[in-house]
Design a protein around this ligand. Structure first.
Ligand code: ATP
Length: 134
């Protein structure tokens, strides 16, 4: 089975750099399966799990938005934060989820920017929880 180099990179670190058979991401227009030899392109990503396949093994990563760039020589996922399942603190994600939900449910006049921030925090927390579940 042919492979390509996949890098998952954040401003802090290289989260992942391996030869893989495929990667599935959720772009702004929906799910996207990338195989070796894909034509070069760039697209923004949703806050969603990224699934990497090597042979029969599928490994999920929590990727918090960002971009995927398919180049001739490699595929790069660049995001503000990204974690593999084993790096995720499940309790921290649960706490972040509850905080965000409490903000979204708060009564009274809501600042639109704070509302959007809480929504994004909720998406990040739910993404991390999903990835810890496999
Ligand atoms: P929190 O409110 O718990 O800080 P957050 O969604 O605001 O969550 P981010 O701003 O996305 O956090 O990430 C900040 C840093 O913390 C990044 O390096 C990210 O990888 C890490 N991080 C965030 N949540 C978790 C988690 N549940 N487990 C492990 N690392 C996490």
């Amino acid at each position: 089975m042919s492979t390509f180099l996949l890098e998952i990179v954040t401003p802090d670190r290289v989260v992942y750099s391996e030869q893989v058979n495929s990667v599935t991401v959720r772009g702004v227009e929906g799910e996207l399966g990338i195989l070796p030899g894909h034509i070069p392109f760039v697209t923004p990503l949703q806050i969603a799990p990224v699934y990497v396949k090597i042979g029969n093994e599928r490994t999920p990563f929590a990727v918090q938005g960002g971009f995927v760039e398919v180049r001739k020589d490699k595929v790069v996922i660049l995001a503000e934060s990204a974690e593999r399942a084993s790096e995720i603190d499940r309790e921290r994600a649960e706490a972040a989820k509850e905080r965000a939900q409490a903000r979204l449910n708060a009564k009274g006049r809501q600042d639109e920017i704070d509302h959007r921030r809480a929504e994004l925090a909720l998406q990040r927390a739910m993404n991390r929880i999903k990835v810890t579940q496999g």
